[in-house]
Design a protein around this ligand. Sequence first.
Ligand code: FPP
Length: 240
Amino acid sequence: MGSEKTKQLNHLAIIMDGNGRWAQARNLPRSEGHRAGADNVLEIVKSCRKFNIKYLTLYAFSTENWKRPAAEVNALMLLLGEFIDKKLKFMQQENIRFNAIGRLSGLPESAGKKLLYAMEQTRNNSGNVLTLALNYGGRPEIADAARKIAMAVKNGTLDVESIDEAAFGRFLYDPELPDPDLVIRTSGELRLSNFLLWQMAYSELYVTDVLWPDFKEKELQSALQAFAGRDRRFGGVNKA
Ligand code: FPP
């Protein structure tokens, strides 16, 4: 495999962690940390455009995040709606396609409606793709795909013998989303937290202690530099 292909960064995925600690350090409520985190999203979208990264996927709300206090969940859902209201125009101007993965029908009605509207409005944009993982879990995604596959076999549209990795991938939430080349986790935790489990098989991982609201273009550049130094072999051996 040539070095050009191995160094290409087409899809960056980020686990945006540390909003709570960012707020705590300033004696602010956790919701203020999420607000600062949401404000940071557009900064990183802009940086990705600058660095020619076509796909950016952000872990915004997991299937486990419903366990948080109702006030925090509500604040996150309001922020999502606000984000769409305020940034949709920018997405249109900049030809960005707004996308989402997860059990979207389980989102509160108002946030869900805005989300679907933004996805519909930007459907034909051909530039960068911003995907938010919302009410998302990697295991639920795999289980949902398995259920859809079982249904397709049952109703005769899918042959059991044809089920391989590529066929399975076509039943994921967004079959067009390429596997991430690099996954960044902010705030220093060393875990995957149920994010993109299927897609991350050969992703490079980068963890920084910087909290998400403080993760700016300079920090992104450090991650990209680390990625550029990685030797991606995908289980094989690179030519000397
Ligand atoms: C983890 O930080 C972050 C989340 C659970 C939510 C991420 C959400 C945003 C960045 C804002 C909403 C996004 C958009 C696009 C509107 P944490 O709360 O677990 O932090 P902690 O580990 O320090 O407590």
